[in-house]
Design a binder for this molecule. Structure first.
Ligand code: GZL
Length: 339
């Protein structure tokens, strides 16, 4: 064998031995760097679905037909969507709502929904939720806190509801008259704003004077009690009642009848919520108008909750769509009313 061939053979043998020493496989080409978007996709957490969602809801209580319908909507929608709902009823006490929110924080829920019983006193506990990285959604009622402490407010324009009630009252009393007012829970957003809107509407040339105003705390029992006191003081000088919700109006209707007057005729009545009890009172000729305030907020609430948890931007206020109802419509509409 020529020397040159011999040397070539040796070189090939040496190369083969070198390859074998590296596990046999030829050294892999340098790995392609993953494209940035592939890397990002690999790192981003998977989007949550409703079934992944754990929600804490701090409800006010069960003070009215409206609240009962609101609670049903929150609970039934969670069931339907497969959301894990931790629900608390505060019996209309702020300290119980605050305790519930702290419990939700300790349980590290994904999002907290709350209907603040009153507007003030929330900044500390909302800051605790923010520090824990848990978004807060205001449902039904606003809270007087810096905007950065809640993600969005889902609920009505209570000032507009008050204005609508005032406009109807002016139509019912074209020559003006004496009105008594049953106010909602003291310090609550609906009570503050419905009072404000009604006054904005009737002030000026209407001739309507609010001769008495007192809280019935949104309940039938208290509404009846306060109306009895109004009747004792003002009697037949009262031309009309403005009630911040239907439950107080229904309680007042009982008081007016027990006093010997006809509600809806001797004393005209305008209230807010549009619950079934109001439609029944209008059919009986005892209530002259109810301004709608939609309690069926469950679907919108969970839609917002999922968007927020998945990092989507939502509007700071998601207003409810609402109408105004009168006796002539009541009979036809009652069967389709959902609350
Ligand atoms: C309004 C809601 C009020 C209702 C009352 O959004 O907060 O509280 O008008 C209820 O019936 O008690």
């Amino acid at each position: 064998m020529k020397l040159s061939r011999f040397l070539l053979l040796i070189a090939v043998l040496i190369a083969a031995l070198a390859v074998a020493a590296c596990g046999g496989a030829a050294p892999a080409a340098p790995k392609e760097e993953a494209a940035p978007q592939e890397e990002a996709a690999a790192e981003a957490p998977a989007e949550k679905t409703y079934e992944d969602l754990v929600v804490g809801y701090a409800q006010i209580g069960a003070e009215s037909e409206w609240r009962t319908a609101n609670t049903a909507s929150i609970k039934e929608e969670a069931e339907k969507l497969g959301v894990e709902l931790k629900f608390s009823d505060a019996q209309q006490k702020q300290e119980n709502q605050i305790k519930a929110i702290r419990s939700f924080i300790a349980q590290q829920v994904d999002v907290i929904g709350v209907s603040p019983v009153v507007e003030t006193g929330w900044e500390t506990v909302f800051q605790e939720a923010k520090d824990a990285g848990i978004p807060v959604i205001l449902v039904d009622r606003r809270a007087d806190v810096p905007e950065e402490l809640y993600v969005t407010y889902l609920g009505s324009d209570f000032v507009e509801e008050g204005r609508k009630a005032g406009d109807v009252m002016m139509d019912l009393l074209p020559e003006g008259g004496n009105v008594v007012e049953l106010v909602g829970t003291v310090g609550s957003a609906p009570a503050n704003d419905r009072a404000k809107g009604f006054r904005e509407a009737v002030e000026g040339e209407s001739g309507i004077e609010i001769i008495a105003s007192q809280s019935g705390d949104f309940t039938r029992a208290k509404g009846k009690e306060v109306m009895e006191a109004f009747l004792k003081t003002h009697g037949e000088d009262i031309d009309a009642l403005y009630a911040h919700n239907d439950d107080m109006a229904i309680g007042a209707i009982q008081a007016i009848e027990e006093y010997g007057l006809k509600p809806g005729e001797d004393i005209l009545i305008v209230s807010i919520d549009a619950v079934r009890g109001a439609f029944e009172a209008m059919i009986a000729g005892k209530l002259n108008c109810t301004v709608e305030c939609n309690p069926l907020l469950g679907p919108q609430f969970y839609d917002l909750a999922l968007k927020v948890v998945n990092g989507e931007t939502v509007d700071k206020w998601v207003p409810s769509e609402e109408s105004v109802y009168f006796p002539e419509q009541a009979e036809a509409l009652l069967p389709e009313r959902k609350y």
